[in-house]
Design a protein. Structure first.
Length: 71
């Protein structure tokens, strides 16, 4: 399994906490989130690494963890 960067791990913690959502939802879970575009890029990288899966909903994407937190 690939190692996560600190920022990727922080985003994954937010995703696991709320069991999926949109980029803004993840930002709300973080104590001092970086810019929206930074989080969006991190989420896309996590999807490329197969840590997340997405569903298109209107003009946005809903993201869910593809792996369990324990893993």
């Amino acid at each position: 399994m690939q190692k996560l960067s600190t920022q990727e791990e922080e985003v994954m913690q937010a995703i696991w906490k709320i069991k999926g959502g949109f980029v803004r939802d993840f930002m709300e879970q973080m104590t001092s989130p970086p810019a929206y575009t930074t989080i969006a890029s991190t989420v896309k990288n996590l999807e490329k690494k197969s840590f997340l899966k997405s569903k298109k909903m209107a003009n946005s994407y809903f993201y869910e963890a593809n792996i369990k937190e324990e893993t």
